[in-house]
Design a protein around this ligand. Structure first.
Ligand code: BGP
Length: 472
């Protein structure tokens, strides 16, 4: 069947600065948070590899960007690194050398026919601000972030017309401070929810600054809200479990970004559990007045939940999972390498939800992708990776997305994670995501994978052929 996107829908890709660039332009003492995570807990990163060299994209971007274009990428979301772009975090003075690097980077994208889309943070909180102020726990750091954002708007606003404040702002507080999965592996809910709230405030304040500066363009934020699916939607216990999970993992960021307020369930539970942050009237007004123009949704897998059946230890620190259990659905389709479920239909459901519950705001699938281990084994006799599984993965997601667009959802783009193989947090180079291979056995040599040709054909025609999808 032929799937066709309307005019104005753009195929693109993304990549996180620190996961690709390597730490080459970095100044002494200017580490970012992911660097710190690796420094403190590197033994638990796959093969001990960290972001120091990554894909060496900082030095090789002139070689890489033409390859991105050959892979059909028409829009490219990259991010500034706060720790590089700013010299003195307190005064927000721009590092001219680094600013010039990003000038050249943006020019290179434009010269290659790729629209640059700029994100201000992909977890690169300066380590110095983490150590000195506990990062976003401090309102002062929110102010510093906004000053950094203003410098970026002023410097690149003439060339960049779509901006995002954060990529996945929930991830660091959730995994590092709440779940205890990533360094510093803490279970400190009060602190975690304060960080999250301050990132929500930082988003609204950066949007306000963008508008006060009369920037020509649009601004939003990129979230990874969990698409929550109850085991049995007709079972009241499962439905309530899903409502709470949704409030914590979807509504906590999507609602303030688009509606300018938090879900009541979220605030009520945080209050009841003694974890509510100080939400002043003034801050409520800032949220209400500074919502996004455009929303980026990163989607990898759904979150399936059921009524709480396992015992809750209330003597320990609060966790949202006190209110639901994860549901391990029998027969679900998996990406075994990443351990994530493959369920492309969510893109249709997300599209419909945004249309029906969020004023049909302009949105983009700002990340979607498939990480696969040992891709070398799929090389053909010319050494080219035949990643048909990735083509199928993308096609099925695009098929569901096109149905959502056909049914009136205001989605204008699909950006693959990732343009090029890169260094994942903790998993480093274990799972490969790129349209472009980075061969670590051969001096980081680049080669287009088979998926790059297919992706280009989709970008050129805004259409593709694939089987009719259903939700079985
Ligand atoms: C998202 C991040 C990406 C990327 C992706 C894939 O959460 O925004 O930067 O890392 O997940 O996940 P992983 O790299 O952990 O396999």
């Amino acid at each position: 069947m032929l799937y066709r996107f309307p005019q104005g829908f753009k195929i693109g890709a993304t990549g996180a600065g620190w996961q690709m660039e390597g730490e080459f332009g970095k100044k002494e003492g200017h580490e970012h948070f992911p660097h710190l995570m690796h420094e403190m807990d590197g033994a638990n990163w796959f093969q001990g590899v960290g972001p120091e060299v990554a894909s060496d994209h900082y030095r090789r971007f002139r070689e890489d960007i033409p390859l991105f274009r050959q892979a059909g990428i028409l829009q490219y979301r990259f991010n500034l690194d706060w720790t590089r772009f700013i010299d003195d975090f307190e005064k927000a003075t721009v590092n001219e050398e680094e600013a010039r690097h990003y000038d050249e980077y943006i020019d290179c994208l434009i010269e290659n026919g790729i629209e640059p889309v700029l994100c201000l943070e992909h977890w690169e909180l300066p380590a110095e601000l983490f150590k000195k102020y506990d990062g976003y726990a401090s309102r002062h750091v929110v102010d510093l972030y906004v000053e950094y954002a203003k410098q970026a708007f002023r410097r690149y606003g003439n060339k960049v017309k779509t901006w995002f404040c954060f990529n996945e702002p929930i991830v660091i507080p959730q995994l590092c401070l709440l779940d205890g999965s990533w360094w510093p592996k803490l279970h400190e809910p009060k602190r975690a929810f304060l960080w999250m709230h301050h990132k929500v405030m930082a988003t609204a304040l950066a949007i306000r600054a963008f508008r006060e500066l009369h920037m020509d363009g649009r601004i939003g934020t990129i979230l990874n809200p969990s698409y929550v699916v109850p085991r049995d939607p007709d079972d009241p216990g499962d439905a309530r479990a899903a409502q709470v999970a949704d409030a914590f993992y979807w509504g906590s960021f999507v609602d303030p970004a688009v509606k300018g307020e938090y879900p009541a369930v979220y605030l009520d539970i945080l209050e009841k559990e003694g974890c509510l942050f100080d939400l002043t009237e003034e801050d409520r007004a800032i949220l209400k007045e500074n919502t996004v123009d455009v929303l980026g949704i990163n989607y990898y897998q759904p979150m399936r939940v059921k009524v709480k059946e396992t015992p809750v230890d209330r003597s320990g620190p609060f966790h949202p999972s006190w209110y639901f259990d994860n549901y391990d659905m029998p027969g679900k389709r998996m990406n075994p390498f990443r351990g994530w479920e493959i369920y492309p239909r969510s893109l249709y459901d997300i599209g419909m939800r945004i249309k029906n519950e969020y004023g049909n705001i302009d949105w983009i699938v700002s990340e979607s992708g498939m990480g696969v281990q040992n891709e070398q084994k799929y090389k053909d006799e010319n050494g080219r990776i035949q990643d048909d599984y990735r083509i199928e993965f993308i096609a099925e997601h695009l098929a569901w997305l096109s149905k959502a667009v056909e049914d009136g959802s205001n989605c204008h783009g699909y950006w693959l994670f990732a343009s090029i193989d890169n260094c994942s947090p903790y998993n480093a180079f274990k799972n490969r995501y790129g349209l472009v291979e980075v061969d670590r056995e051969q001096g980081l040599k680049r080669r287009l994978k088979k998926s790059a040709d297919w992706y280009r054909s989709v970008a050129e025609t805004n259409s593709f052929t694939f089987k009719e999808v259903d939700d079985k």
